[in-house]
Design a protein around this ligand. Structure first.
Ligand SMILES: [Zn+2]
Length: 245
């Protein structure tokens, strides 16, 4: 999978696409554009809007770092002509309308801030203290702490490489809910074991029913060890058809 596809999936883009991923001196920039003429949504009422009123100025959002490099998303939000609300800025799947950081980053910051001081958290994410404070305040406001983690039944494990042959990450998806559950460095058995031992834990491993992976992947042993009840499937196409139906 290419890194563009990885970001498109991770950010949950449906009416936007990743046009390029640039590594500049000290950061990675993910450039986003509208996907064809797909309808954009109003950020106030989330209705699909037929008319685009115009282009806003280019904005940037900080996202979770790609390894140690800060990552930024770059996009010109459109103003849409909503039949109900009038001219509004479009809804962005990766961030709240007011935010300068992505939902992914703000969630990570809010989570770490429960363990570390705000200053420590700021340092960890190379943000300033005020950004952390406002993220935490909003997270509390939005009841992030009430977020429930539903049982995971069907997962897919993928390697993601930046270019062919250069493997960086392993990504675990919830194939039923179509969300990314976990991203880990490397593709070794050891690296991916962390997902089962730390992220899922013993109890939640028990709910796994199906694990999809590439035939040549090194994870089959992990599944046998941590979730022996789960069925290992090398043919994702069929399970996806089944889930969509
Ligand atoms: Zn609206």
């Amino acid at each position: 999978m290419l890194v563009e596809t990885h970001y498109r999936k991770q950010l949950g883009l449906k009416v936007h696409r990743v046009t390029k991923v640039e590594v500049t001196g000290d950061s990675v920039v993910v450039c986003i554009d509208r996907l064809g003429r797909r309808l954009l949504r109003c950020s106030v009422c989330l209705r699909r809007c037929q008319k685009v009123h115009g282009l806003g100025r280019q904005r940037e959002w900080r996202d979770l770092a790609f390894r140690d490099l800060p990552l930024k998303l770059r996009y010109c939000p459109r103003r849409v002509d909503c039949p109900r609300c009038g001219v509004r800025v479009e809804d962005l799947p990766w961030a709240e309308p007011w935010a300068r950081v992505t939902r992914g980053l703000s969630h990570a910051v809010a989570t770490l801030a429960r363990e570390l001081s705000w200053k420590g958290t700021a340092k960890q994410f190379a943000l300033n203290w005020k950004s952390v404070a406002s993220i935490v305040r909003r997270a509390v406001q939005y009841g992030l702490q009430n977020r429930q983690r539903p049982p995971v039944r069907v997962i897919g494990i993928d390697e993601v490489s930046r270019r062919k042959g250069q493997v960086y990450l392993t990504v675990v998806y919830d194939l039923e809910r179509r969300v990314v559950l976990w991203v880990g460095d490397g593709r070794t058995e050891e690296a991916v074991a962390t997902y089962f031992t730390e992220e899922l834990g013993k109890r939640r491993c028990r709910t796994l029913e199906i694990v999809c992976m590439d035939m040549w992947a090194a994870y089959a042993n992990l599944v046998r060890q941590y979730a022996p009840q789960a069925l290992i499937l090398f043919d994702r196409f069929h399970i996806m058809q089944h889930l969509i139906a």
